[in-house]
Design a protein around this ligand. Sequence first.
Ligand SMILES: NC(=O)C1=CN([C@@H]2O[C@H](COP(=O)(O)OP(=O)(O)OC[C@H]3O[C@@H](n4cnc5c(N)ncnc54)[C@H](O)[C@@H]3O)[C@@H](O)[C@H]2O)C=CC1
Ligand SMILES: O=C(O)C(=O)Cc1ccc(O)cc1
Length: 306
Amino acid sequence: MTFRRVAIIGLGLQGGSIGLAVQSYLPEVFTTGTDIDPVTRARAAERGLVHKVCESSAEAAADADLIIFCVPPGAMGGAASEVRATLPPGAVVSDVGSSKQAVAKALSEALPGHLVIPAHPVAGTENSGPDAGFAQLFRNRWCIVTPPAQTDLVKLSSLVTFWEALGANVEIMDPEHHDLVLAVTSHLPHLIAYTIVGTASDLEEVTRSEVIKYSAGGFRDFTRIAASDPTMWRDVFLSNRDAVLTMLQRFTEDLTALQRAIRIGDSDMLFNHFARTRAIRRSIIEEGQDDARPDFGRADHDAATS
Ligand SMILES: NC(=O)C1=CN([C@@H]2O[C@H](COP(=O)(O)OP(=O)(O)OC[C@H]3O[C@@H](n4cnc5c(N)ncnc54)[C@H](O)[C@@H]3O)[C@@H](O)[C@H]2O)C=CC1
Ligand SMILES: O=C(O)C(=O)Cc1ccc(O)cc1
């Protein structure tokens, strides 16, 4: 089966990008969408993020054969319960949440009897809201799909095909494994960025203007990540608490080892560690998974919105 009517709940970076990507790459599909924020709904209509911006989730969901929740992880359950009365029984329920076990549970509990196939496009930016989305966001990015056991294989394959049409490379993964992997590759790096930027701005002997003036170094990269949406990231840490705490424990031990190497002057340890991490960065670039492409897709986006 192919999806004919896709409802998008939440028209920020992810929802807006899906809406634009569907219109670009799946022109036969009709999109409806809504957002809890009336200002966002108005802007979504101006930008044409979906074919029809609805006043409520219930209205957007009616007649959908795929509904994708694109709200912060902590808002998934509440948003899903709003479509209980109107969502057609055979519709596939999916989402784009950055954590998967807690979100899958919230969606399944809110929509009993519906097939929930969670997904996570590992594609994003530090920007949020209805102006942040662009059709190319998912191109050549991974989308991790975490189906429950005994999923309807036809519907699973339709969802995979949908994401591939948007340009993503799809990987099927166990939700628990997803949460552990993303805790170290995405959630912990964000926590570190939030910490270092906060620490630098708290230092009394370093003025705020100096932090800005000399931020051309590594600090600047951290400030981009630390500019990410506070609501979303609060929810990511709370919804993937156990995996994040596990990885944070490992990280703290490794940081303490480096701290000790600096204190005792263990130059070999420091050099060998940095040489190993440099090799990891180079292998990421060789595999074409370099995320350090700040203009990727945005030239089109900027041209479209200027
Ligand atoms: N920002 C990123 O780079 C990525 C985010 N994600 C996930 O995507 C989801 C959405 O994130 P973004 O699009 O970045 O956030 P966003 O802040 O740009 O958009 C979220 C939208 O949801 C709306 N919303 C909140 N509660 C709602 C409700 N009950 N009903 C309808 N609309 C509601 C908000 O008003 C907002 O416009 C999150 O679960 C996040 O974990 C996944 C991959 C990357
Ligand atoms: O902007 C960045 O560097 C990101 O890391 C974007 C991002 C944020 C959250 C996700 O779940 C996936 C990707």
